[in-house]
Design a protein around this ligand. Structure first.
Ligand code: FE2
Ligand code: FE2
Length: 271
């Protein structure tokens, strides 16, 4: 099975790139299942029901979130009105949080795929339970009890060491563990000792001629003045779709390959 994972889609530029290129990428690399992080897809902050449905219609099977999950509050009502949705938010949000931290999908070939997400705690100003404890108590038994064939753990976190710590701790337990949130891809995609595919961060799907997807002029003004004005807005140039392709088949060693398609980071992978 070939899996495509795509990092944080930022604003209209990121959405346009998906709409124009996702099907081509899926065809070129014979993708069977696609997971896309949509936490920044609506104006850079959060996601709406309409945008979620667009991302699914362009080819995603599952949409993950992160610290910006509820910035557009209407997504909470959308999830309640559409209980079969394929939106996954961090598993270690507080117990009373809406939504789900994992979901099991059954592919048309009958194989079962678990998609899950946890949030790192370092430098994150959110009420979160311990991600290790959440994985230990809520995920590992699911993988065993539900005969999961392929399992994906997205670690949405600020700090590279935390992502590496979680990945090394659960090496061999998941098909792939990968980071999002930083919006810059790391070049360490590899298979860990016990067979889990890993990349510290798969980057964003947005305009990299920016400051992590936001218009650079505004971001620089804020940094220089040490204030939170002006408002940050998504950059509007051509987006790079950044993510990874994971090939995994029972009884064989898995592989992972980082991809960047379009925009200023394009690596000419579609031609
Ligand atoms: Fe993000
Ligand atoms: Fe984030």
């Amino acid at each position: 099975m070939n899996f495509l994972i795509i990092g944080d889609v930022v604003g209209r530029s990121g959405r346009n790139a998906l709409q124009n290129n996702l099907k081509k990428i899926q065809k070129k690399f014979s993708i069977d299942f696609t997971i896309i992080n949509g936490e920044n897809s609506a104006g850079g902050y959060g996601i709406t029901g309409k945008i979620y449905e667009d991302i699914i219609s362009w080819g995603a099977n599952a949409v993950t979130l992160g610290n910006h999950a509820w910035k557009k509050e209407e997504i909470i009502t959308y999830m309640q009105d559409n209980p079969d949705h394929n939106i996954i938010r961090p598993l270690n949000f507080t117990e009373d949080s809406p939504g789900q931290g994992y979901k099991i999908f059954t592919h048309s070939n009958g194989e079962r795929i678990l998609v899950s997400q946890v949030h790192g705690k370092s430098f994150i100003d959110l009420p979160l339970s311990n991600p290790f404890e959440a994985i230990d108590t809520k995920l590992l038994s699911i993988i065993n009890d539900h005969q999961i064939d392929y399992s994906f753990l997205e670690v949405h976190a600020e700090v590279t060491s935390e992502k590496n710590g979680i990945a090394q701790n659960y090496d061999g337990k998941f098909t792939a563990i990968y980071g999002t949130h930083v919006h810059i891809p790391t070049m360490d995609a590899r298979v860990l000792d016990k067979g889990t595919c890993f990349q510290t961060d798969i980057g964003m799907t947005g305009d990299y001629n920016s400051v992590i997807g936001m218009k650079k002029e505004n971001a620089i003004k804020r940094m220089r003045s040490e204030s939170n004005i002006p408002r940050l807005e998504p950059a509007e140039g051509e987006a790079t779709i950044s993510g990874a392709i994971i090939c995994s088949n029972k009884g064989q060693k898995s592989t992972i390959r980082s991809i960047q398609i379009g925009g200023v980071l394009d690596r000419n992978l579609l031609s």
